[in-house]
Write a protein that binds this ligand. Structure first.
Ligand code: BV8
Length: 236
């Protein structure tokens, strides 16, 4: 493949695993510790808001004990050095891409460090806890919820993502099991638009058959190698 002109990158929990953040489906992962329907659905929040607010307060607080790894840092290098179009889409709600140096990150499933007010629907940066029902920074109503996309809810910026998938010539998926839609369908969108599709993952995913190439291994090794390849080819 010649020099890519426009790249879309999709990341999942696997890129943050080596930073010490639990993935979802691995042994002992988040979905083994908590029932998805209890902590990651609007119905679960309505049924038991304290359980949900506490779940996300814990994950938000835990961000202070982790740091970006070489995979996050390599993607930030690519963002700075790549002359073409680049869109970094993440399913992750952690802030490790930004702390790794990426300036433009599209969090399609929201962010732990953001609050969504269910009264005025405004989103505000949020670093503390929500269990004590603090007032919304905009309307002062004590009606905040985690600004994350729960199952059954529409992910953020789907129009922008589909437009980028339709015009990219390289789609790269990093550290995701391909189990959750619409993210799991992006490879087929990109492939249908003629893009080359590359998967970097610890193990084959549910969507591996749709990729032209799958490289197996830890993200902290595979991602810096791949970024070097792209940037060295650009320099030729
Ligand atoms: C929606 C935020 C309407 C909260 C999350 C079509 C078919 C079937 C079902 C559906 C469908 N369309 C919609 C659905 C329903 C549902 C869905 O997909 N259900 C699944 C379970 C079947 N989807 C929805 O409800 C979505 N909304 O569809 O709205 C709509 C319709 C059309 C168009 C637009 C909208 C909303 C889903 C979002 C839910 N919120 N997160 C929170 O974080 O608490 S999902 C959450 O789980 C993550 O964000 C992520 O998306 C997913 C976890 O997946 P991964 O990140 O991949 O993590 P996982 O643990 O599974 O895998 C880790 C991988 O990394 C593994 O492969 C492992 O091998 C690898 N790995 C591990 N270590 C390393 C590594 N790789 C490299 N290096 C390592 N060191």
């Amino acid at each position: 493949m010649g020099q890519p002109r426009s790249i879309v990158i999709l990341t999942g929990a696997g890129i943050s695993a080596e930073s010490g953040i639990d993935t979802f489906r691995s042994a002992g992962g988040l979905w083994e510790q908590h029932r998805v329907e209890d902590v990651a659905t609007p119905e679960g929040f309505a049924r038991n808001p304290n359980l949900v607010l506490n779940f996300y307060d814990m994950r938000r607080a835990a961000l202070a004990n982790v740091a970006p790894n070489p995979a996050h840092e390599a993607l930030a290098r690519l963002e700075r050095a790549f002359a073409g179009e680049l869109l970094l889409v993440t399913q992750n709600v952690d802030d490790l891409h930004e702390r790794g140096g990426s300036a433009r990150v599209l969090h399609m499933h929201g962010e732990l460090k953001s609050a969504l007010c269910t009264a005025c629907e405004m989103r505000s940066p949020w670093h503390g806890s929500m269990i004590d029902r603090p007032p919304c920074p905009v309307c002062r109503a004590p009606m905040l919820r985690p600004d994350v996309v729960w199952f059954g809810e529409m992910p953020y910026e789907m129009g922008r993502i589909y437009r980028a998938l339709e015009s990219c010539d390289l789609f790269v998926s990093i550290g995701t099991s391909g189990a959750v839609y619409p993210a799991a369908g992006f490879v087929q969108e990109a492939r249908a638009a003629g893009a080359r599709c590359l998967e970097l993952n610890l193990e084959r995913s549910e969507g591996s058959r749709f990729f032209h190439e799958t490289r197996l291994g830890p993200a902290s090794v595979l991602v810096p190698e791949w970024v070097e390849e792209v940037l060295s080819r650009a320099a030729e």
